[in-house]
Design a protein around this ligand. Sequence first.
Ligand SMILES: C[S@@+](CC[C@H](N)C(=O)[O-])C[C@H]1O[C@@H](n2cnc3c(N)ncnc32)[C@H](O)[C@@H]1O
Length: 340
Amino acid sequence: MKNYFYYKDKKQVVPVLDKEKNKLAKKKLAEIYKTRKKLIPEYFLEKWQDVALYNPSGDIEKANAILIDPENGAYDLSNHLNNMTGKEWVKFSCSWFIFNALQKDLKEEREISPNTQDHPATFSPTMIEDFVKFFTKKGENVLDPFCGIGSTLVACKRTGRVGYGIELNKKYYKLSIKRTPEFKKNIFNKNAEDIKKLNLPKIDYSISSPPYWNVLNRSTKNFKTDRTKNGFDVNYSEHQDDLGNVEDYELFLERLAKIYFDIFDLLKDGGYLTVIVKNIKKEGKMYPLAWDLARILSKKYQLKDEKLWIQDKVGLAPYGYPSAWASNILHHYCLIFKKK
Ligand SMILES: C[S@@+](CC[C@H](N)C(=O)[O-])C[C@H]1O[C@@H](n2cnc3c(N)ncnc32)[C@H](O)[C@@H]1O
């Protein structure tokens, strides 16, 4: 006989063997399907015949979660944020993660166009998929105001979310469209500072990585020589609206923050914003870009916390050696804000 009810026993999710309780659970599941179908993620609907009811203490009256495979955890029907089971949720909640570029993503990019290598600072769609899956449900709207060659949009395509993007550089904008033609009408070749003029719909979640100030304009000689030799871009553009060309640090912060404040007005109440940035160094001085942005954006948003993205496959350069301390910065801050 199929088990319709599970509970937790000594940290293990196990079936309740009582026949009466299983009968009751089957009835309750049918009722949930009839009256609360909208709350059930697609994955559970597709396999509804395999779904069982779950309550950790085995209280059928209070049971409000469903599962298919106990190994994957149970989905709480009062989850308003995402389509994740408790197990998946907890896994994402770790405050750090290690992520290096994936061959799978590079292959996908290059199949679309070898020109994707032109862009000097992209992130991986696979990495962004995890964020999008945590902060939205299927079908919801996700915005990247600095979408580059469209990595966030690819993450949206893969996870069934609706992607919106803004990108100043026409070449990158065109690559975004090439990678995600389904979002063509949602991708704009514009200055993100004009976001309010774009008539965007309500946004459920925004994730982006802005220019890290003008860091590319003063990258190390090797970076420039290697990329120039291969015919790749060494900065995003020469455009005056390109935030990567703003010389003054305070002015850069002000213009960047204004874009995220405009997004505040587009975000649904309770929606989240993730900004991926790094603290940077210029001529021996540290500019705490991540911390400064966290402080400034907190004037409007609630700063929830950070998730550290660590790259552990990047070579170490002998900065400062042999006389002074200077680290190789191989971590980024994924700053997480909420619209309260
Ligand atoms: C760090 S990159 C983002 C890359 C993107 N995450 C990807 O994976 O392709 C920052 C992007 O912001 C764009 N940008 C700079 N200033 C902008 C502005 N004012 N409006 C819109 N995009 C801008 C740059 O052209 C660059 O592509």
